[in-house]
Design a protein around this ligand. Sequence first.
Ligand code: 4AD
Ligand code: MG
Length: 477
Amino acid sequence: MQLKTISDLLTQNTVIPEVEIKGWVRTFRANRFIALNDGSTINNIQCVVDFEKFDEATLKRVTTGAAIHIKGELVESQGKGQSVEIQVASLEILGDSDPETYPIQPKKHSFEFLRENAHLRTRTNTFSAVMRLRSSLSFAIHKYFNEHGFYYMHSPIITGSDAEGAGEMFKVSSLDPKNPPLTEEGKVDYTKDFFGKETNLTVSGQLEAETYAMSLGKVYTFGPTFRAENSNTSRHLAEFWMIEPEVAFMDLAGNMDLAEDFMKSVIKYILEHNREDLEFLDQRLQEEDKKKPQAERSDMSLIEKLNFVTDNHFKRVSYTEAIDILRNCKPNKKKKFKYLINEWGTDLQSEHERYLVEKHFKCPVILFDYPANIKAFYMRLNDDGKTVRAMDILFPGIGEIVGGAQREERLDILKEKMAAIDIPEEELWWYLDLRKFGTAVHSGFGLGFERLVMFATGMSNIRDVIPFPRTPQNAEF
Ligand code: 4AD
Ligand code: MG
């Protein structure tokens, strides 16, 4: 007898005399109906027990959360809600679950409570759906790049350089913090540290990916990245996953085309392959929405939103045009924004990004050609001398989901930009080498994976789309 998953069994429409299944009990009703789940699908299989055939002591141990092993016959279901069910012939308790202390009761729990029980939260419908979607999306991402001739390259996690020039990094050191070796000037002597220099957890795999683009042509990284910024928002994590393609001989327009095609393709993938999970989450959100005042309700359901992204062109707008729109918009004039837009050159906050996407354009937006001084040093300077070939993609409900650029490929200009913000040439000698030997136009972008999962699942807190979130003051599990 072959052990099948519940997902396999639920798609059968013939009677199977002998089936076998292992899973966790969701509920046990009327001493007769076990709802069993094994993680393979959002749906439970109903296992019907004839209680007269089993001893009472065993049946008492069929409690929510218990792991059990069932053998029986797969038959057409008599009841509503499922097409097949198992008539149980044998029942073995693999692992008990004390109903008094098991945290995941068969009722609605708050997401806050489930975050504190993140080790068990994937036993709920919502979190199992979210994490199956997360898994599918990562597969779709690898599939897309694989089918489009990209190589997967692994940028290092420990780095000696600061890719974003932002300085918000986690130090990596094996020195004794109580008694570090000191230089003559009394500073920590990192030459005595493990790597013989100061090192950090990477904020982005881009710079190393560029070296591979300039030899293998089309590459991408997909790995964990770390930021020690103290932003306790629903969209920031200290540890998150980023997808960063990098392509030689591609300019900013090509970069936008790639990003748009890629985003649409991975969303299409889940619409085709994760229908049940999406329908469940869609339903959940609609119920949540009903509790809100009319004005706060969303005008599209989750699945409609996903279809909307795959069916519509992303609107491409320059930073300068966006500033004009924002300067003259109602919330700016009525001082409803927390940060008012007065002049060209100010950085956009998420309230502005969301206004553009949700209120003004009502579709995904690609903003490009940002002022040089609010963007990273490696972005290519435009001929106007003040803007760079940057692009950010803004999504409804999320704000910035992608950040990218055409890279500065001219050695002299790159050196000037590094000098202006005090990045020593010695630190990035290898990055400068790419501009010395066979330099060429090249571009890439970074997609925040958790922000994509938020969009795809409709979850509103980034802590609920990564298994064990790392945020300020929180590294439990
Ligand atoms: O815009 P960012 O900082 O761009 C880069 O790091 C570039 N090196 C990417 C590249 O061109 N290869 O980050 C890229 C994306 C953001 O748009 C956002 O989606 C996500 O990464 N992101 C975060 N996600 C969660 N928590 C954080 N603290 C994030 N910071 C950025
Ligand atoms: Mg950014």
